[in-house]
Write a protein that binds this ligand. Structure first.
Ligand code: HXC
Length: 510
């Protein structure tokens, strides 16, 4: 027994060293933690249970049989985040550059299967060079097995990817099919083909950072949902995110004790909307004053800033927030904003997270670049997402709700459950100027008549009352009472029971 224990300890010590001290030092030298250090930060202290520490690759080509390293470039297992089980895998860059072999893939598949079977979230930490080149199709097959599991788990358990180093080839597609991707600034990048191949094929010269760094993916491509300055920050933020998420699509919404009970009105909200309807204000102030303790986890904060998406809590329970942002492009809906919000709404619906929508939208963005870029299809994504969602939907129109964007933004007609408007709401086909120019074109040369038409249009349409008269708005509420009213509405809707007709799956415009 003593000898076996000694062998176990010795084998474990070897496995813990991964690619060896020199490579661990190099990893630290690049400002990165090792795979196991990362898991220590991510998981509750002492909760990590590692699987398959002694697994080695079986490749014999290119002299690979001479270089076997226990663990084979990925550390897998499970642990807890604030007491709740999560499955994890972390690429170990010190071992063959974290590249994926057949056995490495099997280790990931094992935790994917366990996560799905046991209905717990799975988090992948990426720092790797793609398919293990020496293994050829065995590595490609391994990736596809991982992808297939990502697809089956989608909408059943939350899947999160954190990109903490290079991430190329096959390593980008598995994250791409997960619910959220986060990156570490300056140290991580994601691309299908790297700068060298780009140079050969297109003759473009770009650096890895320019091609697929955190800035590119959080601001241009929208591949990443957020970025952090270093490993520790990224991992601590993932703990915060996990706290917001249910463990699966059938698990209850997590509840966290709040220190801010419902009850007090917030008079500062009565002056949030400026008197001048064309003046911007920050919708995040409303979100932060509505949710418990102002604790907002924003998703895609740096992309399509004209719409804000993220998680907060109401009476301790996770709630998704979608809000037009008047500070950016007057809160207009364009293709990017529509795609961003549609994906968020679908995530919330898949995991039974109620959605609160704050509306201040002057319409869809006109122009050739939007139309050529498929605004119709992208706008339809958001329309579709809200319309198919069966979770509780509470909507508050704070100011403008114009045109198609009125319909799209969780309107009553898309099965909005409780739809409120502030007294400052303006619900109409379009703003006064555009409307008068069209319906009173014959008076265009007469400024007095135009002014009169504008006044009468504003009086009739630029208020919440035409919609309220028809029941499209359930009640006009005082801004100061928003937190209370939304919380009461969500409490009312906790037992909401609504099902869509059976179908194999829908055909959302992609
Ligand atoms: C085998 C690999 C490897 C790989 C890196 N290594 N990538 N071994 N297969 N894919 C090894 C290196 O040989 C090296 O070993 C060690 O890992 C560290 O790599 P370096 O190149 O020294 O590190 P660095 O300079 O930091 O560069 C990291 C890197 C680079 C940018 C990731 O290694 C790289 O470009 N790798 C190849 C990326 C790639 O094209 N992968 C295949 C994608 S195709 P030694 O022993 O010398 O230290 C793919 C197909 C799947 O993934 C598609 C499915 C849809």
């Amino acid at each position: 027994m003593k000898e076996v224990i000694e062998e176990l300890e010795q084998r474990r010590a070897t496995a813990m060293l991964g690619g060896g001290q020199k490579r661990i030092d190099a990893q630290h030298g690049r400002g990165k933690l090792t795979a196991r250090e990362r898991l220590t930060v991510l998981l509750d202290a002492g909760s990590f249970e590692e699987f398959d520490m002694f697994v080695e690759h079986r490749c014999t080509d290119f002299g690979m049989d001479q270089t076997k390293i226990p663990g084979d470039g990925v550390v897998t297992g499970w642990g807890t985040v604030n007491g709740r089980a999560v499955f994890v895998f972390a690429k170990d860059f010190t071992v063959f550059g974290g590249s994926l072999s057949e056995t490495h893939a099997q280790k990931i598949q094992k935790v994917q299967d366990l996560a799905l079977r046991n209905r717990a979230p799975i988090i992948g930490l990426y720092d790797a060079g793609g398919a293990r080149i020496q293994e050829g199709v065995a590595a490609l097959g391994g990736y596809a097995e991982v992808f297939q599991r990502n697809i089956l788990a989608s909408g059943v358990i939350p899947q999160i990817s954190v990109i903490m180093g290079p991430c190329a080839g096959g390593d980008v597609y598995s994250p791409a099919m997960t619910d959220f991707i986060f990156m570490v600034r300056e140290r991580s990048y994601m691309f299908v083909t790297g700068p060298d191949v780009v140079k050969t094929v297109t003759n473009e010269t770009v650096t890895a950072e320019e091609l697929g760094g955190a800035r590119v993916h959080t601001t241009k491509s929208s591949i990443a949902d957020g970025a952090y300055d270093h490993d520790v920050d990224a991992l601590l933020q993932m703990r915060r995110l996990v706290d917001f998420l249910p463990s699966s699509n059938t698990a209850p919404i997590p509840e966290l004790q709040t220190h801010q009970p419902i009850g007090e009105d917030d008079p500062s909200l009565d002056t949030l909307v400026p008197d001048n309807a064309n003046k911007p204000y920050d919708i995040k102030e409303l979100i932060e004053k509505t949710i418990d303790e102002g604790d907002f986890f924003e998703i895609q904060a740096d992309f399509a800033k004209n719409i804000v998406t993220g998680f907060g809590r109401m009476e301790g329970r996770t709630t998704g927030f979608v809000a037009n942002q008047p500070l950016v492009l007057a809160g207009v809906l364009d293709s990017d904003a529509s795609r961003k919000a549609a994906r968020f709404v679908r995530f919330c619906d898949a995991f039974s997270i109620p959605i609160v929508t704050f509306v201040d939208v002057p319409g869809f963005l006109p122009g050739t670049s939007q139309e050529y870029g498929g605004l119709i299809k992208h706008g339809a994504k958001l329309l579709f997402a809200y319309g198919e969602a069966t979770v509780p939907k509470v909507t508050v129109i704070t100011r403008k709700a114009f045109g198609g964007a009125y319909d799209v933004m969780a309107s009553k007609h898309l099965r909005g459950d409780i739809n409120y408007a502030w007294p400052s709401a303006q619900i109409a086909v379009m703003g006064a100027k555009g409307a008068v120019e069209i319906i009173h074109r014959k008076d265009a040369g007469d400024p007095d008549r135009i002014a009169e038409h504008t006044r009468s249009y504003e009086d009739r349409f630029l208020s919440p009352f035409v919609a309220a008269e028809r029941g499209y708005v359930d009640e006009v509420i005082m801004p100061r009472s928003t937190r209370n009213r939304v919380a009461r509405a969500l409490r009312l809707l906790r037992n909401k029971d609504l099902e869509n007709p059976w179908k194999k799956h829908d055909n959302i415009p992609l």
